[in-house]
Write a protein that binds this ligand. Sequence first.
Ligand SMILES: Cc1cc2nc3c(=O)[nH]c(=O)nc-3n(C[C@H](O)[C@H](O)[C@H](O)COP(=O)(O)OP(=O)(O)OC[C@H]3O[C@@H](n4cnc5c(N)ncnc54)[C@H](O)[C@@H]3O)c2cc1C
Length: 462
Amino acid sequence: MEHYDCAVIGGGLTGLTTAFKLRSLGINAIVIEKQNRIGGQIETHYTKGYVYESGPNTGAISHPEVAELFQSISQYCQLEIANPSAKRRLILKQGVFHPLPNGIKGGIMTPLFTWRDKFRILGEPFRKKGSNPNETVGELTIRRLGKSFLDYAVDPFISGIYSGDPMKLVTKYALPKLYALEQTYGSFIKGGIAKAKEKKSDRDKMATKDVFSVEGGLSNLISSLAQIIGERHIILNAKDIVIHHEHEKWQIDFLYKDNTKSLTANHIVTTTAAYQLPKILPFVDKHLINPIANLPYASLMQVSVGLKENPNPAFKAFGGLIPSIEKENVLGILFPYQCFKNRSPKGKALFSIFIGGIKHPDLLLLKDDEVKEIAIDILQRTMGYDEKYPIEHFAIFRHDKAIPQYDENTKSRIECISKIEAAYPGLFIAGNLKDGIGMADRIKQGISIAIKIAQTTQKDKG
Ligand SMILES: Cc1cc2nc3c(=O)[nH]c(=O)nc-3n(C[C@H](O)[C@H](O)[C@H](O)COP(=O)(O)OP(=O)(O)OC[C@H]3O[C@@H](n4cnc5c(N)ncnc54)[C@H](O)[C@@H]3O)c2cc1C
């Protein structure tokens, strides 16, 4: 039976980053993926000169690990930082997109927030810090900033990242940096000022607010990692994976081309969605695995629209988000052709429209024609689109369980993961069920697990 230092279950960004780092540290790792392709939620599509994503569109270089990863694979693919115009984020209020302010003058002038909350923000540094570690993002925002900031900044921001409900997501887990800012400095404003003055190491400086993709689309990141890992170290179409733990060794059984295949490993890293785990890890007590498997997910639909002519060439921004209070069927629109090179043929426009989310799972059941109507309607009312700019590319991607929601049960879920990992040394339960859903978080988690495994492997080998 083939034996490996580590078997990584799942060939999405977390699994591939883990395997890439393991192999670069000399660890014999294999990736086992159930689908006939790698990438998981990441997939770039190419039609009539349009380059578009069905999963994530952009990430943030929010951890040094992201910059380091791209440096180390620069011979294979090129990191692409979004145009400076991508710094402009729009929020819809009463049918009109307004820029989200990023300075004092813009903050005073914006129609997005009430005058009461604008004045109230002057008192933010003096407000008591929160003491409830399970406080939701919505509760925290109302307490420190006011309801209009929740409605017209935080709610759309949470839709943009989690397709979620700010009244259900727990800040400590969903926005850990924001939670730490309040806990450490007592205030967002005081914390922001202190952070700006803080001396940073050269490595810390590698983490920026820059928004990234990859030249030619995110699938190029996936294929580059796969190329470096090596085709023979990635098994596709591995069905019904079951892991057994016997005599301190791991055995992985799966169906491959209608035959049962088995291999053994010293370490296992699972990177699948939470609800897959009871089947994959049948030896784990159900009192520990069920709370993990019950993690709720938001469903999400991404609609890609290519227009033969750009209806509004002067309009420059990353995209527009739509607050729930506006009662639209759309969560937001991205303008990939404005952020990155060659995403649409010259003079044409490409939009990604997001529909559904945790508050509207019903919208994923709409027929394609109905979805098209919603897409055209929002483009007409907000982007100056009219029938004289024909749609020449249209694609709908429905994601049933798209984004995990770090809700009030997150603490106990993470405790269960820790207990399982402590009971079964060598097993790592990873993926976006914890540590963040962003691509940057996935890269950071994969690198850190690989380093841990490499250290124990090297120790064991003496
Ligand atoms: C529509 C959408 C838009 C998003 N937008 C953004 C964005 O703009 N920016 C951002 O940073 N993030 C975004 N995200 C989140 C981000 O894409 C994910 O968090 C990240 O890609 C997850 O990577 P992963 O490897 O952890 O999981 P996945 O990509 O889900 O990979 C898990 C892999 O495991 C495989 N697998 C599952 N079960 C088994 C099994 N039993 N045996 C073997 N293999 C199995 C799956 O097939 C899959 O390939 C978005 C997600 C979606 C769905």
